[in-house]
Write a protein that binds this ligand. Structure first.
Ligand code: 5CA
Ligand code: ZN
Length: 409
């Protein structure tokens, strides 16, 4: 399916720094140098049964920063994202609201594209639906079956976690710690007949009233984890740089995905780093479609909130921390945006070369956006109090925040 239009990224003088980023698998922040001239990144996309909320937006904002840092450091970026356009929550919502599941998915995906465009999140080169990926999923599952890493249970097909000696390395969880999380996040640990309670579905045989496809695996639909594996392998291959998403995906989704891919290809690792954004909450709970405590990007836009201010609000929190969306967070961003716009609207100002270096250093250091905002705040304060005579400075500040933070002044 098609992605969304890219906003232009202005060129900056000099070159950015190598990206250091936190990898969940090692628990460390380390330099991640792409092999060759292209960084490869896969970020898990939405399940389109409801509109984009600020938690989703915060996660895509984080990976957008990684993309911008790499581009500034002289790399091309090959970015791939999926849309889980067939899965339990989508089908359940369609039934509950009496809608056609394809129409629901199409409508919410279209809204997501609009939100991403408004927030100036750079689009993926390939934006691929689960349904589109079925032709790549089938041979992968066949391969896993042939090697004994997958098995049938009443027409469904499961992945055997024991097939991957690296299983557990992404999340670092013990089997005991995994079990309750697996049950909470779509797994079925108690189903009788499984070889191991943590084994995950690769393929579901057709359920009454649910969509299904005729394939060599039978009449059915794909499981969730294998969808992202098939898409990532199709476009990025093994050993790509970043597998990204929110921290709720580290287990089981990214753990299972890595295990499926490593077992199917016989190589390791699936991704060189597993990068996870913190959870955005509202009223003391993680924002989630199932809980319903949501603030939608589209609703804020409809209320007339400048999307640039929404983006600045997201940038004001470090991507790895869990944080609460409040009116104060948005108000502070609106105020900051006005301050910055006033500062760059003057014909001259204090030199901005140091600011560019500071923003580059902050973002290269595990995408520290709050530190980057603080650096711009300092320049704006100096502009307001002392001003300066550098006629190139306001333009350079505008280009810096545009190229590196996606903020249009
Ligand atoms: N389609 C799958 C991934 S393959 C999925 O998790 N979809 S989702 O719509 O539930 O979430 C889309 C992305 O937003 C995921 O990366 C998820 O980790 C992230 N996300 C969901 N809720 C939040 C939240 N409250 N805060 C931050 N990120 C979130
Ligand atoms: Zn995914």
């Amino acid at each position: 399916m098609h992605a969304w239009p890219a906003s232009e990224v202005p060129a900056l003088p000099g070159q950015g720094l190598p990206l250091r980023i936190h990898d969940t698998a090692t628990g460390t922040v380390r330099e991640l140098v792409p092999e060759g001239d292209t960084a490869r990144i896969y970020v898990c996309g939405i399940t389109p049964y409801d509109a984009t909320h600020l938690g989703h937006a915060a996660t895509y904002n984080a990976f957008d920063l990684a993309q911008r840092v790499w581009r500034d450091a002289g790399y091309r970026v090959h970015y791939v994202q999926n849309v889980t356009d067939v899965d339990d929550p989508l089908l359940e919502r369609a039934v509950a609201t009496g809608q056609d599941w394809t129409k629901l998915a199409e409508r919410e995906t279209a809204l997501f594209r609009e939100d991403m465009t408004a927030l100036r999140i750079l689009p993926p080169a390939q934006y691929i639906g689960a349904v589109e990926s079925i032709p790549w999923i089938v041979p992968l599952v066949k391969k896993l079956l042939a090697s004994g890493a997958a098995y049938e249970l009443d027409g469904d097909i499961y992945f055997s976690i024991e097939a991957d000696p690296h299983f557990g390395e992404v999340s670092g969880l013990t089997r005991e710690q995994m079990l309750p999380i697996f049950a909470e996040r779509g797994g079925d640990p108690d189903r009788p007949g499984k070889r191991h309670p943590l084994d995950a579905l690769l393929w579901l045989s057709a359920r009454p009233g649910e969509p299904a496809w005729d394939t060599e695996l039978g009449h059915g639909r794909p499981g969730w984890h294998i969808e992202c594996v098939a898409i990532a392998l199709e476009y990025l291959d093994m050993g790509f740089d970043i597998q990204g998403g929110g921290s709720d995906l580290s287990f089981p989704h990214h753990e299972m995905g890595a295990a499926h891919a490593q077992t199917a290809t016989g190589t390791h690792p699936f991704a060189r780093a597993y990068v996870h954004a913190g959870m955005v909450g509202l009223d003391g709970h993680k924002m989630s479609k199932s809980r319903g405590n949501l603030v939608f990007v589209s609703a804020l836009r409809r209320e007339g909130v400048d999307p640039v201010a929404i983006r600045l609000a997201l940038l004001s929190r470090h991507y790895r921390s869990d944080w609460e969306w409040t009116k104060e967070v948005l108000d502070a961003a609106v105020e900051r945006l006005a301050r910055w716009r006033a500062a760059v609207s003057r014909p001259d100002g204090p030199s901005a070369e140091a600011l560019l270096a500071e923003v580059r250093a902050a973002l290269a250091d595990d995408l520290n956006a709050p530190a980057a905002l603080a650096a711009v705040d300092r320049w704006a304060a100096l502009q307001a109090t002392e001003g300066g005579s550098d006629t190139g400075a306001p333009g350079l500040v505008s280009r810096t925040v545009d190229a590196l933070l996606g903020v249009a002044l």
